[in-house]
Design a protein around this ligand. Sequence first.
Ligand code: SF4
Length: 288
Amino acid sequence: MRYEEPVFRPPSEAYSLIIQATIGCSHNKCTFCGMYRGKRFRIRDLEEIKEDILLSKDYYGEVKRIFLADGNALAMPTNSLLEILDFAFEVYPELERVTAYASPNDLLEKTDEEIRELAERGLKMVYLGVETGDDELLREIRKGATAEEMIAAGRKAIDNGMLLSVTILIGIGGKERSYRHAKETAKVINAMEPHYTAALTLMLVPRTPLYRQYEKDLFHPLDKIETLQELRWLIEDIDCRTVFRSNHASNYLPIRGNLPEDKDDILKLIDYSIKNPRILRPEFMRGL
Ligand code: SF4
């Protein structure tokens, strides 16, 4: 396969075939993110993408899931995406779903009809990085969208037939904004009602703007226990139906449960972990 490294994918796409439809991230400004800093965003040539799909057939034979990388394949024009979807289903008749990362603006810029058509032709789920519901923090981390826009983007995907998985970033507000970040994020989740909510825990990435703030003592990261407290504040306020996961390698405590039914059990597990931090993932085993 021809990959332009590094290639990232959500944990739940571990067994998916990854096809790079775009390279890099069209936003590439978030202060905490170093994922695509070395890549200039571009949409790959359609013929090259099709060649990759054909090449992959020789390696894998059968494929049930495809993840379209990089940072926001949904930035691609809808017609091109539809062509890729049709081609992928033709090459892999057993294919069950195609997924991709989407930015809030990608979703807002497409019409309802476009999103519906993409969902019907196989783009079953998008991953949306919400990170926080705190507007001030969204501005500071240069996420490029307000909480209201995040909600509108997420609802647009759901209302037009896509599954929605959102990621939120524990610790992104540092010590000073931890409580507000948790409470405002829960409000956004409740308003959006995503099918899946995944929590990641902030890892400071050298050479990012946030790292430089940290070096100047302008950003104060949470310690292990504080991340659990923040997670608790968040989960206690989530009232909508969503599958909650913190199975990403950046997290100290892996959690999987259905909210709201499993809320009490999850909160008990967090409380237990706060009292018994030895059960948490050690720092050296955390990763992005
Ligand atoms: S967090 Fe997402 S949107 Fe922001 S720069 Fe990184 S990949 Fe792009």
